[in-house]
Design a protein around this ligand. Sequence first.
Ligand code: PLP
Length: 388
Amino acid sequence: MTIGTFEKQIIRTIRSVIAVGPDATVALHEPSFKGNEWKYIKDCIDTGWVSSVGKYVDLFERKLEQFTGAKHAVAVVNGTAALHICLLLAGVKAGDEVLVPSLSFVATANAVTYSGAIPHFADVDHHTLGLDVQKLDHYLKDIAILKHDGCYNRRTNRRIKAVVPMHTFGQPVDIESLIELVHHYKIELIEDAAESLGSYYKGKHTGLFGKMGAISFNGNKIITTGGGGAIITNDSEIAKAAKHLTTTAKIPHKWEYDHDSIGYNYRMPNINAALGCAQMEELPNFIKSKRELAKKYRSAFKNVSGVHLYTEQEWARSNYWLNVLFLGGTVSRDDLLESAANEGLMLRPIWKPLHLLSMYKECPAMELETTLILQRQIINIPSGPTLG
Ligand SMILES: *Cc1c(COP(=O)(O)O)cnc(C)c1O
């Protein structure tokens, strides 16, 4: 395959920043285990506490609270489960609609569906890559009716119970404007903070602006527990309910098995939490390294025409989980992806917009122009915690 000069230059620039030879294989995001991971996991195995009982789950939750500033953290099996529980605890009921960005990982919409509700797709903003609040405002003026029990969609007659902004690749959305909007329309705010552990909006950690936020610790996220997630909240009642619902709604008792509702087996196992404890110790270094890497990419791409690198907003402090390169019209995205893949350099296009997925294409949606533009323009470039 012949490759254009623009594409060649992009690949060369990426390689120059991450300082690897022309043939070295580079993943998009590999986990790093250089701390106490082995020690804590060995402790689980040596003591036999690998599953639903053990000290590491509590310890991991306290570390998350300390780091994010949340009053409470509840560790669960994955980020999707965390979102599911957040939606249930926010009072989302079967037949409700929940506003979600179309430009997100499929889990955001799936969690809505698990709760019996219907995803309602909203457009995103060029500047934040997250929900376009101004556009949502205009849209709601058109379709929303306020009733005594909340906001209704006048086209479908369904209640719009919640909105789930997502902090894309660690970049915080314009959450203050969104809060104003949801207050006006009596819509619950739940943050999909799956990608934004270590990202702040005006000094406050993402995930803490609504009632609850959901974090993911999947293998490709900024820290990993193998698989895992957490709910963070400042509301003690919600935290208690989240713990209860994610531990099969069992009433605590020394020997009796009594459950007061249909709960979920969503508790994070101790062995995963052990990995998480070690990863939390390294998190500040990961963030430092990622911010450093973003800076290096930024200066290297300054002189490459036709592309630019995403930079955090002035009110944001991002974890730069995955770096984002915008491709101008002169660059062929697919040629670039293919020639990079051929030489072992992993670049990745953004997700297919959710409103185009077969199971969601009948769902309500606003006009989604920016989503469709960004979907063609954005690629992620290697961003692992050891590359910085
Ligand atoms: C990773 C991710 C999730 C889900 O997390 P899992 O732990 O994989 O279930 C949800 N939303 C977004 C935006 C994600 O990136």
